[in-house]
Design a protein around this ligand. Structure first.
Ligand code: SAM
Length: 264
């Protein structure tokens, strides 16, 4: 991209959205992001599986919900635009599906507005998942989403950037509060279960020096985020196990990514 300072943000600090973009093979990243991602891959090569399986899960979950009649999607912690963005996947099934992308990173929001918004029923808003009340009250979101109809709230690979002191369970409960029956919560979260200690410590160390710290959680903690919802089959599983469309040669647990779809 360009030199530090030109864009009004510090490109020398590895950024969680841009590290992810690099891991997915994108071009919207800087030297510091690439170095952080390579450090991660050196200690935890399975990270590449995690990010790819996460996007595959997103595709399958959005498609299934659209087929089940959900026509509105709020993608929180949406990330930089990439292949198969939510509105593209949903609109293959429901051509007029409405989609709101939310992220707290101004660069993600700017890119999203340039590449994703500008079509009827698709918008990009700046919002922080740690402040769900403000997020839900955003006029841009309210202009697109009608909470009287089912809405799918997507929290993909974002809640592990919400530390315990920001109360991830409370965040999810607040985001669920306005949802009517038939709505859904789609969630993916990196787990520390079964991880090698050196992979966990390298992951923590990379994100300790990045724009947001990471909190890897146990299966029990991730399951607790679905409290009060009915988990769709096959329940809370590793990403490759959620309604796979092809047989993965990998051990699903090597994704270290727990996923699920809960219905209201
Ligand atoms: C790993 S990316 C995941 C992108 C996308 N959800 C996916 O799963 O492919 C995490 C995204 O969450 C965003 N994020 C991190 N903390 C956030 C917060 N507190 N509020 C909103 N977005 C946040 C980052 O800016 C980044 O774009």
């Amino acid at each position: 991209m360009t030199s530090p300072g030109t864009w009004g943000f510090d490109v020398t600090v590895p950024n969680v959205a841009r590290i992810y973009d690099y891991l997915l093979g994108g071009k919207d990243n800087f030297e510091a992001d690439r170095r952080a991602a390579e450090r991660l891959l050196a200690a935890a090569p399975e990270t590449i599986v995690t990010v790819r399986e996460n996007r595959e899960f997103l595709r399958r979950a959005v498609r299934e919900l659209a087929r089940a009649g959900v026509r509105q999607f709020v993608d929180v912690g949406a990330g930089l635009p990439t292949a198969s963005n939510v509105h593209e996947v949903a609109r293959e099934v429901v051509p007029d599906a409405r989609v709101v992308y939310v992220d707290n990173d101004p660069v993600v929001v700017t890119h999203g507005r340039a590449l994703l918004a500008g079509r009827p029923g698709v918008t990009v808003v700046e919002g922080d998942v740690r402040d769900p009340a403000a997020l839900l009250a955003d006029p841009g979101l309210r202009a697109v989403v009608d909470f009287a109809e089912p809405v799918a709230v997507l929290l993909l690979a974002v809640l592990h950037f919400v530390p315990d002191e920001s109360d991830p369970e409370g965040v999810v409960a607040a985001l669920r509060a306005p949802l009517c029956p038939g709505s859904a919560l789609v969630l993916s979260h990196v787990t520390n279960e079964g991880s090698r200690p050196e992979a966990v410590s390298a992951t923590n160390s990379v994100y300790d020096n990045a724009s947001a710290r990471i909190t890897l959680r146990s299966r029990e903690r991730v399951a607790g985020l679905f409290a009060g919802l009915t988990l769709e089959e096959p329940g809370l599983v590793y990403a490759p196990e959620w309604r796979p469309e092809r047989r993965s040669p990998l051990d699903p647990a090597s994704s270290f990514l727990l996923v699920g779809v809960g219905r209201c």
